[in-house]
Design a protein around this ligand. Structure first.
Ligand code: TMP
Ligand code: ASP
Length: 255
């Protein structure tokens, strides 16, 4: 069913955003897939529907667990209505395992990997770690908490609040996935401020676009099999199959 959309606002990498009312937005999840700051682009059949349903699944679980979010409802299988927020210009990454840019930065001489953790894809980071990148710059870049504070993006107290919330989101999602055969290796979240100044979870959460999900049985045999956008980034398989496999595994739980 086509939803009535009041005014088109902009298109992100994978979502189109419309104004629904003065204080709500409508996200339309599309089949677009991009990586490497938009340099690699494609379309993936059913991706819009899968990412919307998966985000809806996690938003409901997180809300029920006391995490404040902007989620309101999904009027169709590819669209979501959310509260309008003032988005914090920082992307927040939680890592349970070494992968992706953490390893690339290490190889380039910028070592953030905790001592005692082997700098190799798939090494467990005991207790996990958080890091931040910019948002709204032409190319997102790593940013530390001193710069976040000095740019006025977040106060020291707000950073602590966001760290605690992100840690809690990791615990909730990891707990939920414990019996699914999926490992949550890392994920990215964004936050925004409501009109009364409260910080809440924004954008989308728990989708294979913004998380690394690894198959546990393969991982236990020393092989990393991704059910997320790394399949596209690394060109190693059929993204549609990977997204469907993730969706089916979540669905088999209680989605
Ligand atoms: P990274 O290893 O490339 O920094 O990515 C860490 C996680 O965050 C990974 O699950 C992908 C996700 N992510 C995004 O969704 N969008 C982004 O812009 C970045 C940098 C990471
Ligand atoms: N920041 C990266 C990009 O723009 C995120 C990703 O690879 O998903 O593509």
């Amino acid at each position: 069913m086509q939803q009535e959309k009041t005014a088109y606002i902009f298109s992100g990498k994978a979502k189109d955003v419309y104004e629904k009312s003065i204080d709500t937005l409508l996200f339309e999840f599309t089949d677009r897939v991009t990586a490497f700051d938009g340099k690699k682009k494609s379309e993936c059949h059913e991706k819009g529907e899968i990412t919307c349903k998966v985000a809806e699944y996690w938003f409901k679980i997180l809300e029920n667990s006391g995490i404040p979010t902007h989620y309101i409802e999904c009027p169709t299988s590819t669209s979501m209505i959310v509260k309008r927020l003032d988005i914090v210009p920082v992307e927040v990454i939680w890592r349970n395992y070494v992968a992706g840019s953490l390893l690339r930065r290490y190889e380039a001489g910028d070592n953030l990997i905790p001592e005692d953790v082997e700098p190799k894809e798939g090494s467990l980071i005991p207790g996990g770690m958080i890091d931040f990148t910019t948002k709204f710059e032409i190319v997102d870049r790593p940013v530390n908490t001193d710069e976040i504070i000095s740019n006025g993006w977040l106060s020291k107290e707000e950073i602590k609040y966001i760290e605690d919330l992100t840690k809690r989101i990791n615990e909730i999602m990891s707990h939920e996935l414990a019996t699914s055969g999926i490992i949550l290796a890392d994920f990215k979240v964004e936050y925004g401020r409501t009109s009364d100044g409260n910080i809440v979870l924004a954008d989308e959460v728990g989708t294979p676009d913004g998380c690394r999900f690894w198959k546990k049985d393969d991982f236990d045999n020393g092989v990393i099999s991704s059910l997320d956008k790394d399949v596209f980034r690394k060109n190693n398989g059929d993204l549609n199959l990977a997204y469907n496999e993730l969706y089916n595994k979540l669905h088999n739980m209680n989605m």
